[in-house]
Design a binder for this molecule. Structure first.
Ligand SMILES: Cc1ncc(COP(=O)(O)O)c(C=O)c1O
Length: 400
């Protein structure tokens, strides 16, 4: 009998976290490495939010709170949903967890029985399929039609639905592609969902505020109110407020589901850290104008990175609407040889070559379920990104 559980065999460690750790390790060893693997803003948490957290500790917010979140935070969240998304939730329809990742986990554990199917459109955030497997569900991956520019098509969604389908996990703007769906595109997805009342949706809106040019963010439950009760609208403070380490995520959904999620949470983590919840109230209720400034900066970075990658031999890069990732294709480099004579057979081998030859860490596409591509996070300064792109251009020129 093995000591470690069979459950462990169903999952892999997060590839993005592994690349970030590897880049950090090489830097400590003295290598000149630029890490473009991390999924977090390089900006700092705004000062008013930090102060709210510090003050919360001083005021004694150091004890347990209600398992799935402070009432005051739930009220700030219902206000946010009303103000920004036109979604009307009451506070008993809100779950607050230790990051959006935890909220997703609560929902999957609360609803999946062995073999229940969860549709995950590729390319996907690395954690979705593994979280489904941990909860004993079956991830059903839909591969995108390249012509759709990484978008889930309504017909592909319909073809993947079976009587065992419990959830569709839907993420816009997307990690890893940055693709975001307009309200018209969401309405087309919703037309399919209306026909299958047993299918629920996790709408992961964590990159909501990071959209560029004139793109208008929209979310499924607001676009199609008739499916409101079947949508769990997931969000959090990690990305928009640069609060990844504070670990606060939240969701709005049907009361029975929210109660079930709290039951799971009551026997696992209990409440998210109390002082972090107080800081999240400040994030949601406090000044929001810094978000626009950061958005402008991210947009400049996106434009530069996309242009420079498109100038690199064998790489083509689509300009995405949001998030802080690009997902270029490296199809043109498959089959080429490195100066050392090794053949590049996959994006994973290309990523290894980029790290070894020019010290740039990117994440290979297989981790996100769609190859041959790789992901670059542009959550770094213009200077660093320019240097990284120049290095990539130099490295791929050496391939033939
Ligand atoms: C698509 C997506 N959803 C959820 C999360 C998790 O965010 P949190 O820090 O709130 O757990 C991430 C983080 O990378 C993400 O990219």
């Amino acid at each position: 009998m093995s000591f470690l559980s069979k459950r462990l065999e169903r999952i892999k460690p997060s590839a993005t976290m592994a690349i970030t750790a590897k880049a950090a390790e090489l830097k400590v060893a003295g290598r000149d490495v630029i890490g473009l693997g991390a999924g977090e803003p390089d900006f700092d948490t705004p000062d008013d939010i930090k102060e709210a957290g510090i003050l919360a500790i001083r005021k004694g917010w150091t004890k347990y709170t209600k398992v799935d979140g402070l009432q005051e935070l739930k009220e700030a969240i219902t206000e946010k949903f009303k103000r920004e998304n036109n979604l009307i939730y009451s506070s008993d329809q809100i779950n607050v967890g230790v990051g959006a990742k935890h909220v997703l986990f609560n929902a999957l554990l609360a609803t999946l029985d062995p073999g229940d199917e969860v549709i995950v459109p590729a390319p996907y955030w690395v954690s979705y399929p593994d979280m489904v497997s941990l909860a004993e569900g079956k991830p059903v991956i839909i591969s995108p039609n390249e012509k759709n520019g990484f978008r889930l098509s309504p017909s592909a969604l319909e073809a993947a639905i079976t009587p065992r389908t419990k959830w569709l996990i839907f993420n816009s703007p997307s990690n890893p592609t940055g693709v975001a769906y307009s309200s018209k595109e969401l309405a087309e997805i919703a037309t399919v969902l209306i026909r299958y009342p047993h299918v629920h949706v996790m709408s992961d809106d964590i990159y909501e505020h990071l959209v560029y040019d004139d793109f208008k963010f929209a979310t499924l439950a607001a676009v199609e109110p008739s499916i409101f009760n079947r949508v769990l609208t997931i969000n959090g403070v990690s990305k928009a407020y640069a609060m990844t380490g504070w670990r606060i995520g939240y969701a709005g959904g049907d009361v029975a589901l929210i109660k079930a999620m709290a039951k799971i949470q009551s026997q696992s983590t209990s409440n998210p850290a109390s002082m972090c919840q107080v800081a999240a109230i400040q994030a949601l209720n406090g000044p929001q104008n810094f978000i626009q400034k950061r958005r402008t900066e991210f947009q400049k970075r996106r434009d530069m990175v996309v242009n420079m990658l498109n100038d690199a031999n064998g790489i083509t890069c689509q300009k995405p609407e949001g998030a802080f990732y690009v997902y270029p294709s490296c199809k043109g480099l498959i089959g080429t040889k490195t100066p050392l004579g090794d053949t590049i057979n996959s994006s994973e081998e290309l990523a290894k070559y980029l790290l070894d030859s020019v010290g740039v860490a990117v994440v290979h596409g297989a981790a996100f379920g769609l190859d041959p591509h790789f992901r670059i996070s542009y959550a770094a300064s213009m200077t660093i990104l320019e240097e990284a792109c120049l290095r990539i251009q130099r490295a791929v020129k050496e391939l033939n």
